[in-house]
Design a protein around this ligand. Structure first.
Ligand code: MG
Length: 248
């Protein structure tokens, strides 16, 4: 089952998806008649940094402190940064921004309030999984001590196009690819993550209570790089779908 939210006839609606059609209030809606909205409404988006060792290594080449951590490195992105599939990523008006990077990631969407859950029980608290693009102003990230500014500009959290139900998806073994203008830039598998989805949910739930709709982006593999205006990024996760956004 794939589910999420769409804009239909000017209204925000919950939807299921079948192929390229949305099912809204029992009606089948053809593509082009609806727009994708972010598939959930989180209180917070928790992101993992450096959760693939090859990506940690490549960050070193940007002279950033980037050894693989022995505990998950987390940061927050504001929900105000979210956009749905096919909505634009907008180059920020902040004059400091010189470089905007894509980061294709698998994201976990929380189903039930979770506090201090075990790794073994973590799956019970997951609604499903979706594609996420942790868009980052790389030069700002490097210049600021905190990553918050670099990661929080409006539209810097493309998510979707929908959520694949947890019962139909194995987050421990899923191919993650990113393409820019049709050219493959990232091609990895969630099996290569340092901390897997269930370890992450359990660990984060020991720090902050997770609520239904909350998102945890599980980190990006190697192959990140800059975008220029007009570029189209696709983040594809096998078993979920393709999140597509253009940088304007
Ligand atoms: Mg990231």
């Amino acid at each position: 089952m794939k589910f999420g939210r769409v804009l239909l006839e000017g209204r925000e609606k919950n939807a299921f998806f079948e192929g390229d059609k949305a099912i809204v209030d029992g009606r089948k809606i053809a593509p082009g008649k609806f727009s994708f909205l972010p598939p959930c409404i989180p209180q917070k988006i928790v992101c993992l940094g450096k959760n693939y060792s090859e990506h940690a290594r490549e960050l070193k080449s940007y002279k950033m402190i980037a050894d693989s951590p022995d505990k998950p490195t987390i940061f927050l992105k504001p929900p105000s940064a979210m956009v749905g599939s096919r909505q634009p990523i907008v180059w920020p008006e902040d004059k400091d921004v010189e470089r905007v990077d894509y980061e294709g990631e698998m994201a976990v969407v929380i189903r039930e309030k979770a506090k201090n859950v075990s790794v073994e029980d973590a799956h019970k608290y997951v609604a499903g999984y979706t594609c996420f693009n942790d868009v980052t102003a790389r030069n700002v990230q490097k210049a600021d001590v905190q990553w918050t500014r670099a990661k929080s500009y409006d539209s810097f959290a493309p998510i979707g196009p929908w959520i694949t139900d947890a019962s139909e998806f194995n987050p421990l073994d899923a191919r993650v690819t990113s393409m820019v203008n049709g050219e493959t830039k990232q091609d990895s598998n969630t099996s290569k993550m340092t901390f897997n989805a269930f370890e992450i949910v359990a660990w984060v739930s020991r720090i902050m209570t997770l609520f239904p709709g909350d998102v945890i982006a599980t980190g990006t593999p190697e192959g990140v790089g800059p975008l220029k205006r007009g570029d189209e990024v696709e983040v594809e996760i096998e078993g979920i779908g393709i999140l597509k956004n253009k940088l304007e």
